[in-house]
Design a protein around this ligand. Sequence first.
Ligand code: TRP
Length: 452
Amino acid sequence: MADQRAGRAHWASRFGFVLAAAGSAIGLGNIWKFPYITGQNGGGAFVLVYLGCIVVVGLPIMMAEFLIGRHGQRDAVGSFVALEGKGSPWCLVGWGGVAASFIVLSFYAVVAGWSFDYVVKSAMGTFPGRSAGEINALFGGLVSSPLQVVFWQGFFVAATVSIVLGGIRGGIERWSKVLMPVLFMLLVLLFVRGMLSPGAGAALDFMFRPDFGRLTPQALLDALGHAFFTLSLGAGTMITYGSYLHPKSDLFSLSVRITVLDTLVALLSGLAIFSVVFAAGLEPAAGPGLVFQTIPIVFASLPFGSLLAFVFFVLLAFAALSSSISMLEVSVAYLIDEKGWGRKRSTFLIGSLAFLVGLPSALSFNVWAQVTPLFGKTFFDLMDVLVSSYMFPLGGLFVALYAGWFWKGEGEKEELLGGRHRAWLFPLWHFLLRYVAPSAVLLILLNQIGVF
Ligand code: TRP
């Protein structure tokens, strides 16, 4: 074990790890998805439930994933092998994670690719002077062109591969230290711009004044599902990142920092977006087109609108990239640790496969838009439902059951969590993992299959 640890790459610093893991968590989920589902679910009350889910379900499961990875000191599958022995059924949880993060990469790259296209569009000053109808049509024009969508998807996968090739310290950690601070600065800029706009009051009101009358059962479940997605849980990602931690690090304070950063980015993005949307008298419930259609429309009418749009899409592209590298790393770590492959070969192979598997998702918006193999859904939607609605929650459920009920060695866990100094922490964490998290996840899953 000691030898294995000595030879294995680790994060260069705690700060680097926090930025890398926050980079994984902060992504399209925060800037693209959170604002639009908040809009669709009526604001305040949804935000409150979402925050609750992050604290009582997300944070404890994140700690469990880091703990498993740090203890195993191997990839998502190997960590379970190290803890439970080869052939243990718990290894399936690791396998599920590797599969889920691979699948999510395949279609995440499609939407992330659009954000690259929008970086170029805004840099060229495409939006100002155009009518709302014309700007809406630009989005339609992009997604309906298979050539453009596949080009940007490939470009995005290639960018992801080029970072992961550099390894943990030289690639992921180094790039996270560039991407994340730039992202925070751009976000603060947009947030301040939003708060200075006449829609600021309405945005604060919309996001923070809960109207429980608007809280539907669907909203509760959306909030819980999104808590998994936004924290990158249930996909082996945090197990893999945790495995590059030194055995002595304080998992609780690291996890809290990552969760706070992720939540802050979601809230600031929501406020920045809604304040300009309200100031322009537009609808908060625009759905997935909120950032690609509504935002360029709003910015087109503002002074320095081109610059603001450019800043916004660079922000989106950077956030997506720091997430996709974490998805790729899960499978790459598996090949390196379990199969003894080199990083270069593993990264190129998984990157190419993710691109190929993503093609049907890219074509779902154009030539295959009418192809709906199952349940009347396109490939893109099927992949999204498969991982976001089933594989992540199931992965999270089994991590919670494993760490809460089956993992032997309580003392060790207690010590790992900072034991002596935080006597309250272990029992609270254990309670949330044993009872609260599994029942919440079961609730989502039963809802998915239509029990309620
Ligand atoms: N959390 C990221 C986001 O909010 C997406 C992501 C990265 C992810 N890695 C993941 C989601 C692993 C689930 C599993 O956009």
